[in-house]
Structure formats: structure tokens, C-alpha cells
Write a protein that binds this ligand. Structure first.
Ligand SMILES: Nc1nc2c(ncn2[C@@H]2O[C@H](COP(=O)(O)OP(=O)(O)OP(=O)(O)O)[C@@H](O)[C@H]2O)c(=O)[nH]1
Ligand SMILES: [Mg+2]
Length: 372
């Protein structure tokens, strides 16, 4: 599902220019012959420059086409990815970056037409050199203008590649709660997932996914970044990853409360958070648990129960694996069979016109030989 990891290398604008211009040195023609020196010199330079341009333009065109085509069609993405792109970068921004790359191909074709015309009629060596210099300058600054669009695509590729490969057909339990509540610990103990665990809040910044077998089926367990007690519109990009994962993948949510003293959110704030989740996702069942029972004092537990009601207490520690597994099993059995994911109606691909025998506007380079 994560097509973003398959996107090939996207160069920065400088790197792209380097990649093409650095190959120019390898394009050579034989030195002019002495007998027809005067005639040959201009012929030599024209041949050389025509060869160079015949290489440069198609090379940039191919590279830009590859970059633009390597990015998945936004219309065809899963709604989760679409919303994530919207939250992280803005869909419009990505679309604009892609169309600027495509438009640059047109600009380069226009430079190509221009330079071919000028070089074709030029009669003096100095003039040919000037035409080449100017053309290289124009190509360079046209590519330079792609700095921002290319950087945007590189950033999008990096960020989106971090999203795990969610399986849309597996029953999915997502873990939610305040930072430091023990979500990653839970997922790590009961699944193949290997999220990072640390004694400070906001350890998890990306979504993590683990699996475990349940009879003949596999269950998906999703670890999410911690959430704060604040309304949806104030949530940052990291929290929005959690919200979108809950929205698009969770068949069941396990919400963990952390009533210990060092918890970054008070119990009241954690309760508000849980209520907010219930409100946003009224159709996703939630199991609420009190975590860290191994270090809870009697007082802390009594206070927690006074506020939250009598909830099952757990500790997300390896020595309590059995209880954690039993809870997952119980929740899994409550999840009804998954409906197969139906792709949104295939939106007609906006494809470029099929190539004609000779592309419109394509220059037919005239090959000058020094003997001509
Ligand atoms: N004593 C005790 N410590 C726990 C328990 N569960 C988690 N911890 C500790 O609490 C800290 C946070 O655990 P994590 O699993 O990283 O918590 P998290 O909810 O994923 O945190 P964020 O990624 O920041 O949202 C770690 O130091 C864990 O070792 C528990 O049941 N008992
Ligand atoms: Mg975590």
C-alpha cells in the first residue's frame, strides 16, 4: 500500500543540473582538419554544440518526465494517504509542484527550438559559442526554478515513506491515549511491531504497525503518537497522524489511561481526550484501560476509579503478556468480519496524448559534419 517507498530517487534542482551538464564534457567531435581550417572551425563547433544540445534536451525531458510520473496519482490514493498529504503538505501544493515540473519540459522545448534555429543559421565561431553560452544559462535558470517543487516532492516522499504498510483487509486494533501512557509498550509486547519505547512523552512520532496471528487470520495492531487534550483543529501534524489512522483503519480502539504522578496529562485531561475521540468517531468501539498498575498506589487507583469508573487495570510489561494477549483476543472476537475495501471509482487517468510518430514541436537536429 505504501507506494511512496517505491518512488525512485528525486534529485534536487542543483543535482539534476549537475547530472546532465557534467556529461557534456564527454561529448566530443574530432578536431577540424588543417586543410579546410577556416570553414572547418565553425563546422566543428556547430557539430559539437548540436551534439551537446541533442543530448541535453532529451536528457532533461526524460528525467523530468520520470520524476513527475514516479509520484502516485493523488486521485488514486487511499483516502488516508490523501488526507495525510493534505495535513502534511496540502494536496494543492503537491499538485502544483508536479505541474511545474511538467511545464518546465515545455519551457525547455521552447529553448530547444530557439537554439536550434540560431545555431542553424550562425556562421561564425564566436557567435556559435555565444549561442551555446546563453542557451546553457537559460537551461540552468529554468532548472533552478524547480528548486522548491523538487524539494517539496523530496520532502513528501520522505515523510510518506515512513507510513507503515497498513493492510486494509486485516482486523485492526489501534492504541490511543496521552503521551507516555504505554501504547508502544503494549504493541511491542503482543505483536511483531517494534516501536521505540522511552521514559519521556512524545517518543512515538510516526505510526507503527505490528501483526499477530489469531487462528488462521492476522490481526493488525497500530501504535499511534500520543494525543493531547485539545480540539481537532488545534492538533499538530504528529497528532493528526494518530487521528487519521484511527479514522481510516481502526476497527476497535484501545485507550490507555496513565494515572501515575509523572503523567504529562492529568487524569481529567485524559478523560477529556477519550471523550473527544468517542465524539469524533462514534462508530468505532473503544475499550478503556488503566495502565501501570504495578506502580500505582492504592490512592492513585482509587482516585482514578472515582473519575473513570471501575476499569480493567493492566501493566504493559513483558511479565504481564498473558493479560495483554487475552485483551487483544477478546477485542478481536468482537470485531465483525471486515468488508473488503472497495476502491473509489477509478478516476480517468489524465494521460498525456499518445506519442505520435514524431512528437509535436520536437526538433529534428541537423547534423553538421566538419567535412560538409
Ligand atoms: N512501571 C511501568 N512502566 C510502564 C508501563 N507501561 C509503560 N511504561 C513505561 O512508560 C514509558 C512510556 O511508555 P511507552 O510505551 O513509550 O508510552 P507511549 O504511550 O507509547 O508514549 P508516546 O510514544 O510518547 O506517546 C516507558 O518508560 C515505559 O517503560 C507499565 O505498565 N508499568
Ligand atoms: Mg509510543
Amino acid at each position: 500500500m505504501s507506494q511512496f517507498r517505491k518512488i525512485p530517487y528525486i534529485p534536487t534542482a542543483d543535482k539534476l543540473a549537475d547530472m546532465v551538464f557534467s556529461k557534456l564534457k564527454k561529448i566530443r567531435v574530432d578536431a577540424p582538419r588543417k586543410i579546410k581550417m577556416k570553414r572547418s572551425e565553425i563546422s566543428f563547433y556547430k557539430t559539437l554544440y548540436f551534439r551537446q544540445f541533442r543530448f541535453i534536451f532529451p536528457e532533461f525531458d526524460t528525467k523530468l518526465t520520470d520524476i513527475a510520473n514516479s509520484f502516485p496519482f493523488i486521485e488514486e490514493l487511499h483516502p488516508f494517504h490523501k488526507e495525510l498529504i493534505e495535513v502534511l503538505f496540502g494536496i494543492e501544493k503537491i499538485r502544483t509542484s508536479l505541474s511545474r515540473i511538467k511545464n518546465t519540459r515545455k519551457s525547455l522545448r521552447s529553448i530547444e527550438r530557439d537554439v536550434s534555429k540560431k545555431l542553424g543559421i550562425c556562421e561564425f565561431t564566436e557567435e556559435a559559442k555565444k549561442i551555446r553560452r546563453e542557451a546553457i544559462g537559460r537551461i540552468g535558470s529554468t532548472i533552478k526554478k524547480l528548486e522548491q517543487p523538487l524539494n517539496d516532492l523530496i520532502e513528501a516522499k520522505i515523510q510518506l515513506s515512513k507510513v507503515p504498510d497498513f493492510n486494509l483487509f486485516e482486523k485492526t486494533i489501534a492504541f490511543a491515549g496521552a503521551p507516555n501512557a504505554g501504547k508502544s509498550s503494549y504493541v511491542k509486547i503482543v505483536s511483531t511491531g517494534k516501536p521505540e519505547i522511552a521514559a519521556y512523552p512524545f517518543t512515538t512520532k510516526e505510526l507503527n504497525c505490528g501483526h499477530r496471528k489469531h487462528g488462521f487470520e492476522a490481526i493488525q495492531l497500530v501504535d499511534t503518537p500520543g494525543l493531547l487534550d485539545r480540539p481537532l483543529h488545534e492538533r499538530n501534524e504528529i497528532e493528526m497522524r494518530s487521528i487519521l489512522a484511527l479514522k481510516h483503519f481502526a476497527d476497535y480502539i484501545i485507550f490507555l489511561y496513565d494515572p501515575t504522578e509523572g503523567a504529562p496529562l492529568t487524569l481529567q485531561q485524559q478523560l477529556n481526550l477519550c471523550n473527544e475521540i468517542k465524539e469524533i468517531f462514534p462508530n468505532i468501539p473503544i475499550l478503556t484501560l488503566i495502565n501501570k498498575k504495578d506502580i500505582l498506589t492504592k490512592n492513585q487507583l482509587a482516585n482514578a476509579e472515582a473519575l473513570l469508573g471501575k476499569l480493567e487495570t493492566i501493566s504493559t510489561l513483558e511479565n504481564n503478556k498473558k493479560q495483554l494477549e487475552d485483551i487483544v483476543l477478546m477485542v478481536t472476537e468482537k470485531i465483525s468480519e471486515k468488508k473488503l475495501y472497495v476502491r473509489p471509482e477509478e478516476i480517468e487517468k489524465i494521460e498525456e496524448a499518445p506519442p505520435k510518430s514524431k512528437k509535436e514541436g520536437e526538433i529534428e537536429w541537423i547534423f553538421f559534419d566538419e567535412d560538409d
